[in-house]
Design a protein around this ligand. Structure first.
Ligand code: AMP
Ligand code: MG
Length: 434
């Protein structure tokens, strides 16, 4: 990636002090190492949620032919002039046109063709009388709500005049051939995929979703639902991070609970490299952590471990293994989630080619006083209310507090140079649910 390793600076009295990076510096380095994934041609449903990489032009008209918008009778309007319930127009039924019909009867004066919704208009017909405006071909002279079975030489009574073009969906009235229907950059949701199908596109060129492998490390981890022994805990990070990666637009693969064993971790990594555009790990990067994760990543020769001026989330690793970008997040659940939001989400959004790679940040009034360590940018969990523009901290600073995290909808940011924030101050708030 940047190739910068842990450098040092010195103070006169204390000797070498390991360098610390700001959140902004780390984010810039991480983002500099990734780019939008190359566009590919995908089947329509595989392209859901992806961004178009082409301007899509319709090759034909939509609808492709004039067709009826009602079940009824296709007829010539002059035949219905002055028709009413007492003196209906009596027309001879010359055919029956279902949706998808290829051969069409010709409708001449005094004639009508029974027609279904979506069926092509027959030659000679100028309008459609909905079945409710007729006796349904029953000969009863009463308005019908359905059509009788087709009978050769049958008559239909039309009970009111029908205007030119009534109940016809004209060819090209939705989309005309040659028109651009969707521009490059459009995110493909249900309606856009339907439109592509409607104009006959089977595949489409898009920026694909990045495939993100999420791997949690720690010999203490047990998969949720399995029996828990002494000193063990459920692996929650791999679920949080996999869900967060999906939420950011990725295809995420959860590889839960890899033990702190160099051979096992190496084998799992090698196994996963083939299907990953990005690898995200949790655990094993803090000072004093069991060194297996660092040892394994170091052996690939291209992963930096850093200490950031932030809380929580001080220890971070990033680099590339086997050509695949890797972000190694700290193991504490709140730290790993906040690290994901700050660094991994923008990476995924960049790979997607999204214009909005960051969460929105708003200003809000915090009624509570806040404390924050000097020299660190602090991210506290909070609840932001857009109706009154206020934010309330939830839970304490502890980076193990998953209960409080699950109740939060935002992060309250206290800048590096502030240690005490007075009650009723205005603070920056990162919205997590927008
Ligand atoms: P580490 O960064 O590996 O030293 O882990 C720091 C703390 O986070 C320890 O208390 C770990 O037990 C905890 N932890 C690490 N990984 C996970 C995980 N996947 N799910 C929940 N807690 C974890
Ligand atoms: Mg660990």
């Amino acid at each position: 990636m940047t190739g910068s390793t842990q450098s040092s600076c010195c103070t006169e009295d204390e000797g070498p002090v390991p360098r610390m990076w700001t959140v902004g510096e780390h984010l810039a380095d991480v983002l500099a190492a990734v780019a939008p994934l190359p566009a590919i041609e995908l089947q329509l449903l595989d392209a859901q949620g992806c961004r178009l990489d082409e301007d899509v032009v319709a090759t034909g008209d939509l609808p492709p032919f004039d067709n009826s918008s009602m079940d009824g009778y296709a007829l010539r309007t002059a035949d219905t002039t002055g028709a009413d319930e007492r003196y209906p127009s009596v027309l001879t039924v010359v055919g029956d046109i279902a949706a998808g019909a290829g051969e069409l009867p010709k409708v001449g004066p005094g004639q009508a063709a029974r027609i279904m919704t979506g069926a092509p208009m027959p030659p000679g017909a100028e309008a459609v009388a909905p079945v409710e405006w007729t006796d349904g071909g029953t000969g009863s002279g009463k308005a019908a709500d359905s059509m009788g079975a087709p009978v050769e030489g049958e008559e239909v009574r039309v009970l009111r005049p029908v205007a030119q073009g009534a109940h016809i969906r004209r060819r090209g009235s939705d989309i005309t051939a040659g028109a651009e229907v969707l521009g490059a950059g459009t995110v493909l949701g249900p309606a856009q995929l339907g439109l592509l199908a409607a104009i006959g596109r089977g595949t489409v060129r898009v920026r694909p979703r990045p495939r993100v492998v999420v791997l949690s490390t720690g010999s203490e981890l047990v998969q949720p639902g399995d029996p828990i022994g002494p000193g063990q805990i459920s692996d929650s990070n791999s679920f949080t991070l996999t869900a967060a990666a999906r939420d950011a637009g990725a295809i995420a693969y959860r590889v839960g609970g890899v033990p702190d064993d160099a051979a096992v971790l190496r084998a799992v990594l090698e196994d996963q490299l083939g299907r990953a555009d990005l690898i995200v790990t949790s655990g094993g990067v803090s000072v004093g952590a069991y060194d297996v994760v660092k040892e394994v990543f170091d052996s690939y020769g291209n992963v930096d471990f850093r200490r950031l001026r932030m809380q929580p989330g001080k220890p971070q690793g990033f680099g590339r293994i086997g050509g695949v970008p890797l972000l190694a997040l700290p193991g504490n659940p709140v730290s790993s989630y906040i690290s994901f939001e700050l660094f991994v989400r923008p990476v995924i959004r960049t790979m997607l080619g999204a214009p909005d790679i960051h969460r929105p940040v708003v200003r809000a009034v915090c009624r509570a006083a806040l404390r924050s360590p000097a020299g660190r940018r602090q991210f506290l969990r909070g609840w932001y209310s857009s109706s009154d523009g206020e934010v309330t901290p939830i839970g304490g600073e502890g980076s193990h507090l998953v209960g409080a995290l699950a109740k939060a909808n935002c992060l309250i940011v206290v800048p590096e140079d502030e240690t005490d924030v007075a009650a009723d101050s205005t603070v920056d708030v990162v919205l997590l649910t927008a």
